[in-house]
Design a protein around this ligand. Structure first.
Ligand SMILES: [Zn+2]
Length: 337
């Protein structure tokens, strides 16, 4: 069968792969839907080196095709969703609520394919009680990473009922950070975006204000809008030095900054950090911890995060999905095997 492999920057190929059970704790699933992640664009753009041909994709949901002999809680035929990071759900880090730092963690990287091997299937995968309706697949797929990460951004930034929240970054994660902040009861949600279609989606997800300015100008606008105080919670969903500084400088003393964009060139000055008086919390989102709740919210129809997909392609056209996202013609591309 064929799967997605990145050979060098800009060179995405759909070529032969062979997922199969390799360890007794593995499962192989038939992918129902997968997608291109904003973080896939870093190596695609050559901003993150790769060592030779690299299989791609880490957002997935689908049907269990086969399980290894030690798998006990997942069965053939079930519909399952898993995190981009595998976890055993039993080690100390998992027990503390950080399965994406699991002692046995592996990063999934072969999901843009018709079948996927999932290590530590019992810990990593969450099964739904029955097969979901087709029209919920897109929203369920988001729980695997992009929604889970947006949710962590809001959670780690300590969003509380009544809070004033700023979201830096209008990619899919930032937009779902808006949705998450709304779910957590934020009163004011300021989305920083200069793209009309993304501003519109941010409003659909619950943004009350849009600020197109960036950097120091963006910080100035947030200060003006909060009577000079700064925001309670700021979600940094980009990963550049500029966005990180913008987030910290937009936060009031005692406020919380989360950072969920994979950092590229972020360097914080100790003295500024010291006097900013903010809480910082970020990292790879502990998606597995949130999965049961997020899946339920989708199945209940309480949220519709699948709206971030504004492009749907057959899986074999994956290269076009990368191009469309790279050129910002698409917010996020869904791929159907
Ligand atoms: Zn663990």
């Amino acid at each position: 069968m064929k799967g997605t492999v990145l050979h060098s920057p800009g060179d995405v190929r759909f070529e032969t792969v062979d997922p199969r059970i390799e360890a007794p704790t593995d499962a192989v699933i038939r992918i129902a839907a997968t997608c291109v992640c904003g973080s896939d664009l870093w190596p695609y753009r050559g901003l993150q080196p790769i060592e030779g041909p690299t299989p791609m994709g880490h957002e997935y949901c689908g049907y269990v095709e086969e399980v290894g002999s030690d798998v006990t809680s997942i069965e053939k035929g079930q519909f399952v969703i898993g995190s981009f990071a595998t976890s055993d759900n039993t080690c100390p880090y998992c027990t503390f609520g950080y399965p994406s730092s699991c002692a046995q963690r592996e990063f999934i990287s072969r999901a843009q394919a018709p079948f996927l091997r999932v290590p530590l299937a019992d810990g990593t995968l969450v099964a739904t009680r029955e097969a979901p309706p087709e029209d919920m697949l897109a929203s369920l797929l988001t729980t695997s990473d992009v929604l889970g990460t947006g949710w962590f951004a809001a959670d780690a930034a300590h969003v509380e009922p009544g809070a004033t929240v700023v979201v830096v970054g209008d990619g899919a994660v930032g937009l779902l950070g808006v949705l998450s902040a709304k779910q957590m009861g934020a009163e004011r949600i300021i989305a920083m975006s200069r793209h009309e279609s993304r501003q519109e989606l941010a409003r659909t997800f619950g943004a009350t204000d849009i600020v197109p300015e960036r950097g120091d100008e963006g910080v100035e606008r947030i200060r003006d809008m909060t009577k000079g105080i700064g925001a309670d919670s700021v979600l940094e969903c980009v990963g550049t030095n500029e966005s990180m500084m913008q987030a910290i400088r937009s936060t009031r003393p005692g406020g919380h900054v989360s950072f969920v964009g994979v950092p590229h060139g972020v360097e914080l000055a100790g003295e500024e950090l010291f006097f900013s008086h903010v809480h910082l919390h970020g990292g790879p989102a502990p998606v597995r911890r949130y999965l049961p709740n997020l899946i339920q919210l989708v199945l209940d129809g309480a949220i519709d995060p699948g709206k971030v997909f504004d492009l749907t392609l057959p899986l074999e056209q994956v290269a076009e999905g990368y191009r469309a996202m790279d050129e910002r013609r698409a917010i996020k591309a869904l791929l159907q095997p």
